[in-house]
Design a protein around this ligand. Sequence first.
Ligand code: GDP
Length: 442
Amino acid sequence: LPLVAIIGRPNVGKSTLFNRLIGQRRAIVGDEPGITRDRIYGEAEWAGRRFAVVDTGGIVPDDDAVIPANIFKQADVAINEADALVWVVDVRAGVTPLDEELARLLRATGKPVFVAANKADAQRVDAEALEFTRFGFEQVFPVSAEQGLGTGELLDALIARLDFAVVAEEEGDRGREIRLAIIGRPNVGKSSLLNRLLGEERVIVSPVPGTTRDAVDTLLERDGQRFRLIDTAGIRRKGKTEEMAETLAVIMARKSLERADVAVLVIDATEGPVALDANIAGYAYESGCSIIIAVNKWDAVPNKTERTAAEFERAVRERLKFLDWAPVVTVSALTGQRVERLLALAERAWQARHFRIPTSQLNEFFERNIAPFGADVRGRGGGRLRVQYVTQASVNPPTFVVFTAGGRPGLHFSYERYLENRIREEWEFFATPIRIVERHRS
Ligand code: GDP
């Protein structure tokens, strides 16, 4: 997806605008600690076009940000990766010296800049927004992020300028290769794991000629199966400061998840699952990718027993409850232990996510598991709903449509869960998320 970065000095309303643009779409994952908090990334949809938005206000701590150069330094990764920038200014405050300085830095990026003249809540401030036209950027849009005024015009202009062709191209060239993303927070060993994979004996490596934009993928072949390691250049890139490294890891994860079928989420065995692991795992979950959790640096864990692995897995499961279907493998990029196994698991996951349950089997499953016990179920609104039948609408990821009737639409979460569990008991769907959507007829 094309990426838009929101930038501006503190307290101009960046996060409010961010929430407006992503339409406050509730994260599927819910309120697990460390996932929805500190959300800097979201997806916006406008006139049938989708793009990603990053809120640099989530990256830059307010007290450092009184110096524009600092705002830029810390938002560096987001700005570099962005296709367009939205500069948020405060019309009530007018043009401040900080804005002057920011404008200069923004111009130097050479990227298209859209000015969101925020807090234009009343007619009279519209005129004040015009003050910002003197910087010569694309266009100035008076908006009120809080009241949702003027954002439509801004969105129109954004999608007119973003390059959506890239996305179409990427989707067109999917072949039988398995697209693999290696994601995780800084220093968990992503690059080391990548090097190890590329160095495996049975693996044939070939570079991929200029794929999309600046991303460099690497093709791997093992036992006749092709893998495309998504953005291998990005896996190796390191942030200069800890903060930048963390932002980069999140951005990289988001970008490569968009193009991947299977994600290897790397966690550091010597530090255990921490909040940022959960945060990145949340993005992985939302992406719909199949997921394998690789607990790396297993060589560095002292006095290992069978129990150590089980305990670690329990800690991972506890922290990443929403990934209960993702396998956990302990590996060592250093010694190579079980690294090649990741490829075999990815292959299995790929097959699972492309598996379509034959209709006759699914009908039979319905007659056996749903019709007799649960066809008449509790809806989210409290009333009763009748489950009429279930179909598998698509693969990659497997998506099921539950047709309901009567009462008000809204399958209860626990019922979706029940259905998912029953489906998994029959067909596993190894390492793969299952989507359940409802179609209701009243
Ligand atoms: P990245 O930021 O996730 O790409 O992490 P790197 O691959 O740069 O690794 C970070 C550090 O962890 C480096 O010092 C590596 O040598 C070390 N490291 C990576 N994998 C392993 C491993 O399996 N075992 C041990 N003991 N150290 C590792």
